[in-house]
Design a protein around this ligand. Structure first.
Ligand code: AMP
Length: 393
C-alpha cells in the first residue's frame, strides 16, 4: 500500500449515515454509500464499492448498527487489504469557537454537543456519529470538519443581527453560514478553470441543492453568505422557508397553536419548495409539475431562481464586482433551467450565458461566452473530498 493514507469520511444525519473511503495518494474514492431510515424499521444500505453497486434492506436501530453494517460490507471487500488511517467527520456547527478543523477530543465532543443550541437538527446526529466511529476505531485520529469554519472570519458588519448587542454576545447569536467545504472547494476549482490565482478573484458561489446557500468569496475567503445562525436563513430550500419576517413565527405560533417543536417542524420540514408547491421538495418533480402547468410548482421554482438572483446582485455589491459565478450541488449542477433563468437578468453585470454549453455540456465547465465580463461555471461539489483533505492536513 506504500505511503498512501486511507481516510474514511462520515456524515451523520438524524436518520442517515453517509460514508466515503478515500485513497488520498490518488484522491480517489474506493467506496461510498449511505445508510438511510436508521431507527425507522427497515433501513436501506446502498453503496458503490470499487465500482460495484450494493443494496440491502435490513433493520438498523441506531447509528451503531448502521456503522457496523457499513464496516461489514467494507471488510468483505476493500477493507481486508486497506487499513483506515483516520476518520474525518462532517460537523454542521462549530459555534463561535471553531474556525478550523480539529482533532476530536473529549472537549471538542462536548463543544459539538453544546453547539446543538444553534443546530438542533444536525449537531446531535454529528456527535452521535463521531462517538459511534470512535468506539469502532479507537486507535486512529478522528477529525471534525465544520461547515461553518470557512465563514468564520466574515466581517462583523456582515454577521451581526440587528438585536441588542449584549444579547448577541451573550448567546453567540450571529450569522455563521454553512456548506463551507462546498463553497471553498468550488471556489478553488473555479480559479483553476479560469487559470487565475484564487487569491485574486471575486467569486459568487451558488450551492443550490436540498439546502441552498450563496457565498461571496474574495481572494479565497468567505466575506458573506446567505445562511445565518442556522441553515434556515437565506434562499428558499427543499423544505426550509429561507428568510422570513420573524413576526410570521409569532403569528403562526398563536393562530395555528404551535409550540416550539411545531413551528420548528413547519419552517424546517414543511416549507420551501415543498410548502409552496404542495408537490415535492425534490426539484426534479417541481420542474416536471411546472412544465405540466402546475401554478404552485411554477411559483416555487420562480421564487428559488429569484432568491438566487437577489443574492448574486447583493454580493456583486459586497465584492465590488464579480469575476465568476459558480453553480454547484444537485440543482446548481444539473438544472439547465435554473442556471439560464438566474443568468437571464444578470446582463447589468455583463453576464452572457453560452446556451449550448449550459444545456449540453457535462461536469466541470465554463458556461459563459468568451466575451462575457463575468465567467459562469458549473462545478460539481465534492464536500467529502474536502473533508478527507482537511483530515490529512
Ligand atoms: P443535493 O442536496 O445537492 O443532493 O441536491 C438535491 C436536489 O437536486 C434535489 O432537489 C434534486 O431534485 C435536485 N436534482 C438532482 N438532479 C437533478 C436534475 N438532473 N435536474 C434538476 N434537479 C436535480
Amino acid at each position: 500500500m506504500g505511503d498512501t493514507v486511507f481516510v474514511l469520511v462520515l456524515n451523520a444525519g438524524s436518520s442517515s449515515l453517509k460514508f466515503n473511503l478515500f485513497d488520498m495518494a490518488k484522491e480517489t474514492s474506493l467506496a461510498e454509500g449511505m445508510a438511510e431510515r436508521i431507527g425507522l424499521g427497515e433501513a436501506n444500505l446502498t453503496s458503490t464499492i470499487e465500482g460495484n453497486k450494493h443494496r440491502e434492506t435490513l433493520p438498523l436501530p441506531t447509528h451503531k448498527e448502521a456503522l457496523e453494517a457499513i464496516l461489514e460490507q467494507l471488510r468483505a471487500t476493500v477493507l481486508h487489504e486497506t487499513p483506515i488511517h483516520a476518520v474525518g467527520h462532517r460537523v454542521v456547527h462549530g459555534g463561535p469557537k471553531y474556525g478550523d478543523s480539529v482533532l476530536v477530543t473529549d472537549e471538542v465532543l462536548q463543544d459539538i454537543d453544546h453547539f446543538a443550541m444553534y443546530a438542533p437538527l444536525h449537531n446531535p446526529a454529528n456527535a452521535l456519529g463521531i462517538r459511534t466511529a470512535m468506539a469502532a476505531f479507537p486507535n486512529v485520529p478522528h477529525v471534525a470538519v465544520f461547515d461553518t469554519a470557512f465563514h468564520h472570519n466574515i466581517p462583523d458588519h456582515a454577521r451581526i443581527y440587528g438585536i441588542p448587542y449584549e444579547i448577541s454576545q451573550k448567546y453567540g447569536i450571529r450569522r455563521y453560514g454553512f456548506h463551507g467545504s462546498s463553497h471553498s472547494y468550488v471556489a478553488a476549482r473555479t480559479a483553476i478553470l479560469l487559470c487565475r490565482p484564487l487569491r485574486a478573484l471575486k467569486i459568487v458561489t451558488c450551492h443550490i441543492g436540498n439546502g441552498t446557500s450563496i457565498c461571496a468569496v474574495h481572494n479565497g475567503k468567505s466575506v458573506d453568505t446567505s445562511m445565518g445562525m442556522t441553515p434556515l436563513q437565506g434562499v428558499i430550500m427543499g423544505t426550509r422557508c429561507g428568510t422570513i419576517d420573524p413576526s410570521v413565527v409569532e403569528m403562526l405560533m398563536e393562530y395555528e397553536h404551535l409550540d416550539y417543536n411545531g413551528i420548528t417542524d413547519l419552517l424546517n420540514k414543511k416549507s420551501g419548495l415543498l410548502g409552496i408547491s404542495g408537490v415535492s421538495s425534490d426539484f426534479r418533480e417541481i420542474e416536471r409539475a411546472a412544465e405540466q402547468g402546475n401554478d404552485r410548482a411554477r411559483l416555487a421554482r420562480d421564487l428559488l431562481t429569484y432568491n438566487v438572483r437577489q443574492y448574486i446582485g447583493a454580493y456583486a455589491t459586497v465584492l465590488d464586482g464579480v469575476d465568476a459565478i459558480t453553480f454547484t450541488a444537485g440543482i446548481g449542477t444539473h438544472s439547465t433551467f435554473v442556471r439560464a433563468k438566474v443568468c437571464s437578468k444578470l446582463s447589468f453585470l455583463g453576464v452572457k450565458l453560452d446556451h449550448e454549453a449550459n444545456e449540453h455540456g457535462t461536469g466541470e465547465r465554463i458556461i459563459s461566452t468568451p466575451d462575457s465580463r463575468v465567467t459562469v461555471t458549473v462545478v460539481p461539489t465534492n464536500e467529502e473530498l474536502m473533508i478527507a483533505r482537511e483530515t490529512v492536513r
